[in-house]
Write a protein that binds this ligand. Sequence first.
Ligand code: DHE
Length: 562
Amino acid sequence: MKKKHLILLLALSFAFVVFSCKSESKKEAKEETTTDVKKDAITLTDAEMAKAKKIFFNTCAGCHGTTRKGATGPSLLPDGDGKFPATKDLGTEALVQIITNGLPGGMPDWGRQGVLTPEETELMAKFVQLPPPPVPKFTMADIKKAWHLIVPVADRPTKPMTKRNWKNYFGLILRDAGKVAIIDGDTKERVAILNTGFAVHILRTSNSGRYFYSIGRDGKVTLIDLWPETPQIVAESKASFDARSVEVSKYNGKLGDFRDKYIIVGGYTPSHYVIFDAMTLEPLKLVETKGKVLGKGEFLDEARVASIVASHHDPLWVVNVKETGMVWLVDYSNLDKIDENTAKIPTAQYLHDGGWDHTGKYFLVAANAKNKIVVIDVPNKKLVTIIDVGIKPHPGRGTNIHNKKYGWLWVTGHIGQGVLACIATDPGPNQWKVVKNITMEGAGGGNLFVKSHPKSKHLWADRALSSDPKLQRSIYVYDINSLELIKTFTVPEKYKGRAVHMEYNKNGNEVWVSVWGKKNETTSAVLIFDDKTLQLKKEINGDWLITPTGKFNVYNTANDIY
Ligand code: DHE
């Protein structure tokens, strides 16, 4: 690699790892990008452009944005943006290196993993040096066209038709197979495999637990009824081209009973949210989320909806608008007045994932590229505080543990640093302080998810995004009182892939972990651990188990137990 490319690559690595955009580093990166690099004009044929757009959508847009202005990852603009180097200055050779080998701050090694071939890698290196293509529209008319009611409510069972303990079912995402498996948590048997479509990202349940909602990265939302003897898809729709979040209405109180009345789907592209009838998926309302950064800065069309959670105490969804850093508290009690009844709270940019504290009053969300956790007092509709944590926090929904010394703690891990930050949530002098940073063993970051349960004495953490092949197959268990590591598991050799995402069963005495292998291999698995003895008690495997990622227990998801 030429020396100037190496310098630029290092500048980008640095920027990507630190993500703090401190003024000195900004200056440094800027000076280096002005280096005179001779560029050959880049052209792509229509077919190459179409292929590159598809690959960008599947592997890059989540972190870098469809308009490539950056979010979790840096901007990828031909002429730069003053914060990150111009892709034209980096050039094809350096970009190929980055896409092939990844970067320590979380950029995956797409080439080394075999997700992109060398030809595809070079194509993407060229694509990001060209101006970003325009973002297509997806209107209410398109959403209505995509709506498909398969089993009307009147034709569905009025009581569970299965003798199984359906409240202990797990919905398991088979990401690259485009399917969701329903597994009986008591017997560990596979009850159904359902075709939900491209790369389902998460599942959430109805408030009653009877239904699963899946949301695909293509914006497709699927309603799965768990009451028939064999669980069944009863409705489908599509909210956008690209999405990550779905949530149901959970409020029952003075203003009415809204439990399982509506669902909301958050669109990445285009940036909007869509409200559907929760029982039929009929689309009811579309609200755009574009706006000014923190309510007063640059106007952004790409203001993607990241996590959404539903309050159990108020008719509110907490909708986190990534690029503008606005937390919207969407009041669904009157859909005609939804915009005027929405509180829009400026917080910090690049909001991503988050969850409730143990009271269900405070919502904590990562502003991941700013290394911060934002705390919202939901009933009082106000920002409480913004907490500095480690590099690129990634809580999932986080987890709540009760510690003898500090009381209730909400915990997040980090993608960019091997640290689990424990934030005290009880009122008192420590409230909203990081009272303990648990240092994980081994170099680098790569943690994606943490999990505990009110009945457990353990805190579990994965390392799925580590670039170290051993760490990415390790699961760590900490004592919730000493906050010390008490056990490390490594995935058995016979299974290939990374250990990712933990979920407890309904009784809180088992922990399920996915071994996320490649899509053309049948060596993935779900490992089930006894949470008391910390022994591996059951392995779920088979030809059907392709690329398992998230898994969601019906009871725990419906009741926000994490
Ligand atoms: Fe996720 C949650 C976005 C990559 C598995 N992921 C979320 C949420 C968001 C999000 C906004 C919160 C949803 C909510 O609570 O309402 N995820 C993104 C991305 O933008 C990103 C970084 C890149 C992308 O292009 O998608 C990304 N996520 C991943 C993965 O690579 C994972 C490991 C596998 C996959 O499916 O692609 C992955 N994300 C998950 C899972 C959750 C999740 C399992 C739910 C965690 C939970 O327990 O609630």
